[in-house]
Design a protein around this ligand. Sequence first.
Ligand code: ATR
Length: 275
Amino acid sequence: MKKWFAVIGDPIAHSKSPNMHNAWFNEMEIDASYIPIHVTNEDLEKAVSSLKVLGASGWNVTIPHKQTIIPFLDELDELAEKMGAVNTVVRLQDGKLKGYNTDGLGFVHSLEEVVGKEHKEQPVLIIGAGGAARGIAFALKQFGYSDLTIANRTISRGQEIINELGKGQAISLHDAEQQLNHYGIIIQSTSAGLANSEFSVPLSLEKLREGAIVADIVYNPLMTPFLLEAQKKNAKIVNGLGMFVHQGAIAFNYWLGQYPNTNLMIKRLTEELQK
Ligand code: ATR
């Protein structure tokens, strides 16, 4: 029987996930489809039971449901449990719903695809302490990045993540700016630079170390003001598109046991975003 998948969120119309997953189904000759479904907060519980009753094989979860969906699931993957957030639901053989989080893992896959796996000893600075930062911090730790610092406008939010990680430190944006040359990998995880956002860059890169790796999770635009500043300083750039594609690919693999072609997808979406 044809399988079907979905992404639920509010708003949802802008999501690039349906195109990406449907393109992979076509390419890999998998008889399945993937649809966006607009689900408001008040309808979340009903939406989850409906997806179950209607036989969805799995779905992605986006803003604002990544945390609130948890009580409606039967099981959580270890990383999703630590993160307290779910972006992927898998319907298991026995019909139970299991929640995963592929956002942070997607970031690490993307980072290592661009710069390799040999930077795990480098001091890492994560800018921001929202849901994205949390996922990235846990995934980096799982992949063996041992020296993590979180810089955030509200230091206590960074400290909360560090406490849960059990290692690292939380600092202010000002301190991060002053000590920037200490870090080999810098990850911008706030919404700074997002198209239409007034918040342009979280901190100055004036003291950026020669040869540093600078990553951003925003992918629209592909080159954020932060990445443009880093590029001027000859940093190695990792844009946010790889994270988006890999979080989808990891979810796809949880659902279907096959890893889709991420390189081709990144190339295609890059061309689309550059138009
Ligand atoms: P998400 O879950 O999508 O990561 P979030 O929880 O709203 O989103 O977090 C947004 C991040 O951007 C936070 O680190 C936030 O800093 P605070 O924790 O101090 O709120 C950061 N952020 C948003 N607007 C900002 C601004 N104008 N200047 C500095 N940091 C900002």
